[in-house]
Design a binder for this molecule. Structure first.
Ligand code: SAH
Length: 194
């Protein structure tokens, strides 16, 4: 699929998985493109929980949701994704969430210092894996070009190697023959134990 950006590819992979009424998470709201995609797919009877450490990101996202008339099914939190367990209802924390999206790095056009960090990203991923329903998907768009980005991406891949591969399948999509430090899309699927 050479014409798809990795963001579009993530949406293409998630679209058939996310059904009306599902509960999903946007772990890095940013400009809100993924939040909007999730809200449209879970529809009015579903639920999206969105997290970002910058109010400006949440404000931009909220406006986008209002413009598309899907704000009702979204709860946005001005909080780091590592604090997800404090905001997601307890009865949804074990294998109840159909999709969790991460788009790492910094807000485009924003403060580059306020980017995702390795240790908090790994904390959030570990909770996400527990909360993910069987047949659910975690998508991680990781950028390797900025300071700390490659280390963050490599640490995620090392963490993937520690997971139980009888129930967890991972795929990494990477554009070939492009720029020196291309972003990578990591897809994690959970399936029922055989
Ligand atoms: N790099 C992407 C956009 C990433 S936006 C691109 O180029 O399109 C990443 C967002 O994650 C930013 O809005 C940033 O504020 C947010 N963020 C950083 N640390 C976070 C954390 N611990 N929890 C939740 N969001 C975080």
């Amino acid at each position: 699929m050479p014409d798809l950006t990795l963001t579009q590819l993530a949406h293409t992979i998630l679209e058939p998985i996310i059904l009306s009424g599902d509960t999903v998470v946007d772990a890095t709201v940013g400009n809100g493109h993924d939040t909007l995609f999730l809200a449209q797919n879970v529809e009015a009877n579903g639920k999206v929980y969105g997290f970002d450490i910058q109010q400006i990101a949440l404000d931009t996202c909220y406006q986008r949701l209002i413009n598309h008339n899907v704000a009702k099914q979204v709860s946005l939190f001005h909080a780091g994704h590592e604090t997800m367990p404090m905001f997601i209802p307890e009865d949804l924390q074990l294998e109840q969430i159909k999709a969790i999206m991460f788009n790492l790095g910094y807000l485009p056009g924003g403060d580059k210092q306020r980017r995702t960090q390795l240790s908090t990203t790994l904390n959030a991923l570990s909770f996400s894996l527990q909360a993910l329903s069987t047949e659910g998907v975690i998508s991680i768009l990781a950028y390797t070009g900025h300071s700390g980005g490659k280390e963050e991406c490599d640490s995620i891949k090392n963490w993937l190697d520690t997971l139980d591969n009888s129930t967890i399948q991972t795929t990494i999509h990477k554009p070939e023959n492009t720029i020196h430090s291309p972003p990578e899309l990591i897809i994690i699927r959970k399936s029922q134990h055989q």
